[in-house]
Design a protein around this ligand. Structure first.
Ligand SMILES: [Zn+2]
Length: 103
């Protein structure tokens, strides 16, 4: 499995999941329940996360989330790191590779 998306907004994670579902990419959501622990744990440890079951789906899934129907809807809310991870706009640093936002 591969983590492809994380957001403090559970609805966004579900939206991303539905989107990938619609093109046949199977995913699971992790940490959904932990979101209620935000404030007690480092928030990066309790963000709801979207994982693809098949690692080969990770790239197409990321591309879809970055360029697909999610984008107009969530415009301004996400950015994509050079490593391919999708980040929310309020973060200036990638949670995956720790590089800073370039754009
Ligand atoms: Zn990165």
């Amino acid at each position: 499995m591969k983590r492809i998306f994380a957001s403090l907004n559970v609805a966004e994670v579900h939206h991303a999941r539905n989107l990938l579902d619609s093109v046949g990419i199977r995913t699971v959501i992790r940490n959904e329940m932990l979101a209620s622990a935000i404030g007690q744990l480092p928030f990066t440890d309790c963000q709801p996360e979207l994982w693809v079951l098949d690692p080969q789906d990770a790239e197409p899934a990321r591309r879809l989330l970055a360029e697909g129907p999610l984008r107009p809807l969530e415009k301004g809310n996400v950015w994509q790191c050079g490593c391919g991870e999708i980040q929310e706009a309020q973060f200036t640093q990638c949670w995956q590779c720790a590089s800073y936002r370039q754009t």
